[in-house]
Ligand binder design. Structure first.
Ligand SMILES: [Zn+2]
Length: 269
């Protein structure tokens, strides 16, 4: 059976509170050998580390999500530096910029928007600094903020790499990401009927420059669309991606696992 990794899962979310052991067992049975639980706050990051300590196949990423920027402590660096030393913390993330729900869309002012964007940029910067110090790469979240995210990451190119997770942009933007030494990763959206634009980007992305993820509990692939997603469904994602790339499941397995092991170096330790 071809082996894959789920490089972006929110295993600490309450969605799995009652059956996480079963969820992980189903993933292993489906050939999903390793999964990375992603932090969205300090408490979520700590939960991800606890899960990594409990389950040999689970690893952790630690970080503060941009949508929660206004709730972040003034300086995230001391806590993240501590977390980053853990042997199973493989990346800083998810971090980045998200302009999808700006305060002005919910009754706020344009000044509120500016403050929100400013605070997102500050914590993004702090977290990339920790990544450099810790020698870890970053899991990048961006929504409706591609240009600003790329611009803020670019000065760090050569010191750290990012993976633009849940990539849904066109091939030109994919090339901009690869040009600064970063990567992209694809979710179950590749299986959606209306996912042709993402399949086009997959087709244009060279093997060795992308990874696979679920972003569970969100974005369950066909035929589970609309249900709770889980790491086992990387199998369905891999089948569509192999079809689009015109390669075998085994070939895709070898190349995506190698890409992940190089990007998340502590994944193979
Ligand atoms: Zn996520």
């Amino acid at each position: 059976m071809a082996t894959f990794y789920d490089t972006h899962a929110h295993l600490d979310f309450p969605d799995y509170a009652n059956d996480l052991a079963d969820v992980i067992a189903r993933a292993q049975a489906a050939g999903i050998a390793k999964m990375i639980s992603i932090g969205t706050s300090l408490s979520s990051s700590e939960r991800a580390i606890r899960l990594a300590e409990k389950y040999p196949c689970v690893y952790a990423a630690v970080g503060w999500h941009p949508s929660e920027a206004m709730k972040a402590p003034a300086d995230l660096r001391p806590a993240l530096r501590e977390f980053a030393r853990h042997p199973k913390v493989v990346a800083i993330g998810e971090i980045g910029l998200d302009y999808h729900h700006l305060p002005s869309s919910q009754g706020g002012s344009t000044e509120d928007d500016a403050r929100y964007k400013q605070r997102q940029a500050e914590i993004f910067q702090q977290q990339m600094e920790v990544a450099v110090e810790a020698g870890l790469n970053c899991i990048i979240h961006q929504r409706d903020a591609f240009d600003d995210t790329l611009a803020q990451l670019t000065p760090f190119a050569g010191k750290i790499r990012g993976v633009f997770h849940c990539f849904g942009e066109n091939a030109d933007r994919m090339k901009q990401v690869l040009d600064i030494g970063s990567l992209v990763s694809f979710t179950g959206i590749v299986t959606f009927k209306n996912g042709q634009n993402v399949r086009n980007t997959v087709a244009a992305t060279p093997l060795g420059q992308f990874m696979l993820e679920t972003d569970c509990p969100y974005l369950a692939p066909v035929p589970y669309r609309g249900k709770r997603c889980e790491p086992a469904y990387v199998k369905e994602i891999s089948e569509t991606v192999a079809q689009v790339k015109g390669c075998s499941a085994d070939e895709l397995s070898v190349v995506t696992c190698k890409t992940a092991a190089e990007f998340f170096r502590k994944l193979d330790a």
